[in-house]
Design a binder for this molecule. Structure first.
Ligand SMILES: Cc1cc2nc3c(=O)[nH]c(=O)nc-3n(C[C@H](O)[C@H](O)[C@H](O)COP(=O)(O)O)c2cc1C
Length: 190
């Protein structure tokens, strides 16, 4: 079977008013979009009106979100660190899909104020393990309080950071293509 570019969803995980996550997500998506093995789209959680309480039946926006996850073949989650974890907005959205995550690769771009977001990443690995997704060892992280951000709030393209992005995307591309072929050859275990 002939396969096209891997469909990657870059998930903007913070919906906070005044967030930097949308800027960071766009910055990352632009760099990922330069590769011709990847077809990148940004999936912004602020674009969904999710319910305050988990409802009996999925709402239209919950279904729209699950469909977007189902349509993607790989993910990069962009997340800040909140109290040594990741934001509630992200956990809420992750829990609105299940089968749609399975047997797909997930990478991380993280940041914090004082930390580079490692606590958020490590906790997300546990969550995605429960969803039968495969997390990438390589990740991109930076500290908003360091000199890693320019005057527009965009991460600086240091050599170190561009290498980290390249490694993450190489891993995501390899796993994404391998898992796409595997899912097509055999349905994932139920
Ligand atoms: C509720 C809350 C908790 C936070 N906890 C941490 C933390 O544990 N470690 C850290 O490095 N930064 C922490 N921060 C700082 C955030 O990383 C920083 O505010 C960042 O801009 C948040 O991302 P956002 O603007 O995209 O929402 C916290 C911020 C908030 C709002």
């Amino acid at each position: 079977m002939a396969y096209g570019a891997l469909r990657v969803a870059v998930i903007v995980g913070s919906t906070r008013v005044g967030r930097v996550c949308d800027t960071v997500g766009q910055w990352f998506a632009e760099r990922a979009g330069r590769r011709d093995d990847l077809a990148v789209e940004v999936l912004d959680l602020a674009g969904y009106a999710f319910p305050g309480r988990y409802p009996d039946e999925a709402t239209p926006d919950m279904r729209r979100f699950a469909a977007a996850i189902g349509g993607a073949q790989a993910f990069v989650v962009v997340t800040p660190e909140y109290n040594r974890s990741f934001p509630a907005s992200l956990k809420q959205a992750i829990d609105f899909a299940y089968d749609e995550w399975r047997a797909k690769p997930v990478g991380f771009v993280a940041y914090g104020s004082g930390s580079a977001g490692l606590h958020a990443v490590e906790q997300l690995r546990t969550v995605f393990c429960a969803l039968h997704a495969v997390t990438m060892p390589g990740w991109v992280g930076f500290d908003l309080l360091g000199d890693e951000i320019d005057e527009c709030g965009r991460p600086r393209d240091t050599d170190h950071r561009l290498r980290a992005i390249g490694a993450l995307l190489d891993q995501l591309s390899w796993w994404g293509r391998a898992l796409r072929a595997a899912r097509d050859a055999h349905p994932y275990v139920s």
